[in-house]
Design a protein around this ligand. Structure first.
Ligand SMILES: CC(C)(COP(=O)(O)OP(=O)(O)OC[C@H]1O[C@@H](n2cnc3c(N)ncnc32)[C@H](O)[C@@H]1OP(=O)(O)O)[C@@H](O)C(=O)NCCC(=O)NCCS
Length: 190
């Protein structure tokens, strides 16, 4: 597999945005993940288990996220720098191969303050500038208007609709494919 500038090796970094810090998940975060993932919107639009158990949260922070880093992906807790609390998750999958697919959620109580946009911009900047990823992708249900808006305000371009591309919560759905390339004007402004 092609490698990109020694990406996702060594210790997972902490990334600093304007409003958020992206850091590795820790076992102490299980309560926050469990509480956030009870939300119907997260269970509707993402691939988290539904219903979401406490064991799911423990597995996420102690096994899934650390293993993701070992396997060439990068999953971060989104920490609101105003409070120091973890309020969401954002991950880039397939980083080592040069094309990374991003996914995210923000806890209901923390929405509407630009945290998802800042987390996405921060992760995209690291992927494109530090790691050398050639293409970032975001696949969004066409009816998930909130996530589509997040992608657009972060500078991603909608390329078109891929039919029945993903299985989410047991349903095979169409997705809008968004991308961001290192030489896009929006990427140079990150
Ligand atoms: C989608 C989600 C991540 C947005 O998080 P957020 O922190 O509230 O988003 P932001 O505050 O950064 O909003 C960024 C932009 O999107 C807009 N936006 C956010 N949620 C919106 C919604 N439900 N409907 C319309 N616009 C929305 C904001 O108004 C803002 O636009 P603006 O800059 O023009 O004002 C959050 O609602 C969520 O976790 N949803 C459930 C999980 C999910 O859908 N994940 C993505 C799967 S592809």
């Amino acid at each position: 597999m092609a490698t990109v500038r020694g990406a996702v090796r060594g210790t997972q970094p902490v990334l600093t945005g304007a409003q958020v810090r992206l850091r590795p998940w820790t076992p102490d975060d299980a309560d926050a993940v469990f509480a956030a993932c009870q939300d119907a919107e997260i269970q509707r639009w993402t691939t988290v288990p539904s219903p979401y158990s406490y064991d799911d949260a423990v597995g996420y922070v102690t096994t899934f996220a650390p293993q993701a880093w070992q396997q060439g992906d990068a999953v971060f807790a989104i920490v609101d720098t105003a409070t120091g609390s973890p309020v969401g998750s954002i991950g880039a999958h397939g980083v080592r191969g040069g094309t990374a697919e991003i996914g995210y959620w923000v806890a209901a109580a923390a929405r509407g303050r630009g945290l998802a946009r800042d987390a996405l911009r921060t992760l995209a900047r690291w992927c494109l500038r530090e790691v050398g990823v050639a293409r970032l992708e975001l696949m969004v249900d066409p009816t998930n208007l909130g996530s589509r808006r997040v992608a657009e305000v972060a500078g991603f371009t909608a390329e078109g609709t891929l039919r029945r591309r993903l299985v989410v919560q047991g349903r095979r759905i169409d997705v809008v494919m968004y991308s961001l390339l290192p030489d896009d004007p929006a990427a140079t402004a990150l």
